[in-house]
Design a protein around this ligand. Structure first.
Ligand SMILES: [Zn+2]
Ligand SMILES: [Zn+2]
Length: 164
């Protein structure tokens, strides 16, 4: 997601980026990523307004199966040649751009934006039953008999034996 700004005249420029698949983190898979970037250059300032949309697949909070979300987000970041910004926060919204730096890479910002867009509670479906805390089975796939008051089959045999 690199943009070359060397000898760029003042004005507005459109850039688009597509990424079929990438993983900002082990547990996050991003597919169909599309970014629309509007770069406004005025004097010493380069303002990037970026809109991203993508599908993120993360493990469900309850059952750990992959849960996919269609998401979008927006961020703005300004790179400036203004020397007063020297030493400013490299992750802030305003960043100093050294005279010899002409390539701006928006990937880190896009990754942060992807993380922020993820839902706080990521569940594969609202009525996901989750994993059984006792036997570890995925209760969406197969029912388990833990903790529902049913008699253990081994005890059942014993009870029948007593009856006879
Ligand atoms: Zn789930
Ligand atoms: Zn169970």
């Amino acid at each position: 997601m690199e943009i070359n700004i060397s000898r760029l005249a003042d004005g507005t420029y459109q850039h688009q980026f597509d990424e079929p698949e990438w993983s900002p983190e082990d547990d996050i898979r991003v597919t169909d990523f599309h970014a629309d970037c509007v770069l406004s250059k005025a004097f010493e300032n380069h303002v990037f307004k970026v809109h991203i949309r993508f599908t993120a697949t993360v493990p469900c909070d309850r059952c750990l199966s992959p849960a996919a979300f269609s998401l979008e987000d927006e961020f703005t970041v300004t790179y400036s040649r203004n020397e007063e910004l020297k030493g400013s926060d490299p992750d802030g919204d305003f960043r100093y751009l050294a005279p010899d730096q002409n390539i701006i890479d928006l990937r880190r910002d896009a990754e942060d934006s992807v993380r922020l867009a993820l839902p706080m509670k990521a569940v594969c479906s609202e009525d996901c039953k989750g994993l059984c805390p006792e036997c570890g089975k995925n209760k969406n796939l197969e029912p388990c008999t833990c903790g529902d008051g049913r008699i253990d089959p081994r005890w059942e045999k014993l009870l029948n034996f007593k009856k006879n």
